[in-house]
Design a protein around this ligand. Structure first.
Ligand SMILES: NC(=O)c1ccc[n+]([C@@H]2O[C@H](COP(=O)([O-])OP(=O)(O)OC[C@H]3O[C@@H](n4cnc5c(N)ncnc54)[C@H](O)[C@@H]3O)[C@@H](O)[C@H]2O)c1
Length: 372
């Protein structure tokens, strides 16, 4: 197979979808690897390293999309890339379709097969390609929250850990999954006072067992959320209903009960965000203010720590990319139902039910396509 690695063009995105070791393994398995010039630079990986490991360096995205049968990316195709997609091509990347109807329709019209990192299921029912980026974003959310709570950044002027005689910040984490757990762990390390809310009581039991004493758990319902919003200096939005738009847990009117200058980091923004007032932002201008509350809604948080994130991402995505290249998508999916679940769009048809439901589009079961 010809495998292509374009340079990411989303604003402030510094990750790359393949490591030099991946280029070596693919070429050793008989595949041809095309890497766009400069693709790895944001993560500190020079072209020479890809070349030394068997990849061919090409100058334009057109050469990647025009030749590759399997394109591996990090972020969803941007508008200028959608026009380059070819019918029959496999695109393996994050899509987050449910948050973006024009993207969904563009990918449907292109005729590609969209294999989405975010819905790929592991053997334990986990989401292995989402996990490392959620670990990064969760840890980073506290780092960013600490920064934007500073007064020059328009926050409340609160130090997370407080000092002797002054209380620490109160942090509310909405959603106790991977993002929430990692956020709480880092926040606990800062000596903040942390509450994690979730609707999954088993998950709350687990968190209660492993978290230090300054982290408590709370069932996520409307009353508890409102009480938390009144207390919070920093709110982390970390809920997920896989493949669907995030539930709007914080309404516009709720902002008025919050403390002025409180900060909300809505990590779930890539699935539409869990606040009514969330809208996507970039690392260049990460925040905006609504009703006195600082909103941070960067859709590609891990992109800012590209080197850490690239290695963490490729560690989990590469084995799947290699399997698709070696066996073809149909065969690779036939032996791994979790990989089949990652196929969100197949040559003009939506094959992932929550995406079809979000946009009222017809749904075709991937199994029926694979067995045809
Ligand atoms: N912005 C970014 O750069 C970035 C990076 C990584 C991940 N994310 C996003 O962060 C979100 C969370 O990811 P994750 O890996 O932690 O998911 P996860 O599945 O591990 O955790 C989500 C949690 O939300 C809980 N939940 C669902 N409904 C809830 C509700 N009403 N109230 C409280 N909790 C509820 C679930 O029970 C689950 O424990 C996803 O949307 C993911 O795409 C964003």
């Amino acid at each position: 197979m010809i495998v292509g690695v374009p340079k990411e063009i989303k604003q402030d995105e510094y990750r790359v979808s393949l490591l030099p070791v991946g280029a070596e393994e693919l070429t050793r398995a008989g595949h041809k690897v095309l890497v766009e010039r400069g693709a790895g630079l944001g993560s500190g990986i020079p072209d020479e390293l890809y070349h030394a490991n068997g990849a061919e360096i090409v100058d334009t995205p057109g050469e990647i999309f025009g030749n590759a049968q399997l394109v591996i990316k990090v972020k969803e195709p941007q508008p200028s890339e959608i026009g380059l997609l070819r019918k029959g091509q496999i695109l393996f990347t994050y899509f987050h379709f449910a948050a973006d109807e024009p993207l969904t329709r563009g990918v449907l019209d292109s005729g590609v097969t969209a294999v989405a990192y975010e819905t790929l299921r592991g053997k334990q029912g986990d989401l292995p390609c989402l996990t490392p980026m959620s670990e990064v974003a969760g840890r980073m959310s506290i780092q960013e929250g600490a920064k934007f709570l500073e007064r020059p950044q328009e926050g409340r002027g609160i130090l997370l850990g407080g000092v002797p005689g002054v209380l620490p910040a109160h942090i509310t984490v909405l959603g106790g999954g991977v993002v929430g757990k990692n956020a709480a762990q880092i926040a606990a390390g800062f000596a903040a006072d942390v509450n994690i809310l979730d609707v999954n009581v088993d998950r709350l039991r687990y968190l209660e067992d492993i978290m230090p004493g300054n982290v408590n758990t709370l069932y996520s319902d409307r009353h508890n959320i409102r009480e938390e919003l009144q207390r919070a200096d920093l709110v982390i939005g970390a809920v997920l209903i896989p493949g669907a738009r995030a539930p709007k847990l914080v309404r516009r009117e709720d902002l008025s009960i919050m403390k002025p200058g409180a900060v909300i980091i809505d990590v779930a923004i890539d699935q539409g965000g869990c606040l009514e007032t969330s809208r996507p932002t970039t690392h260049s201008k990460p925040t905006y203010i609504v009703d006195g509350i600082v909103h941070y809604c960067v859709t590609n948080m891990p992109g800012a720590v590209g080197r850490t994130s690239t290695y963490a991402l490729c560690n989990v995505t590469f084995p799947y990319a290699l399997r698709i290249a070696n066996r073809g998508l149909r065969d690779a999916c036939a032996s791994d139902a979790g990989l089949a679940e990652a196929v969100n769009v197949h040559q003009g048809r939506v094959t992932y039910r929550p995406v079809a439901e979000t946009f009222g589009l017809p749904w075709t079961a991937i199994d029926s396509i694979l067995s045809a």
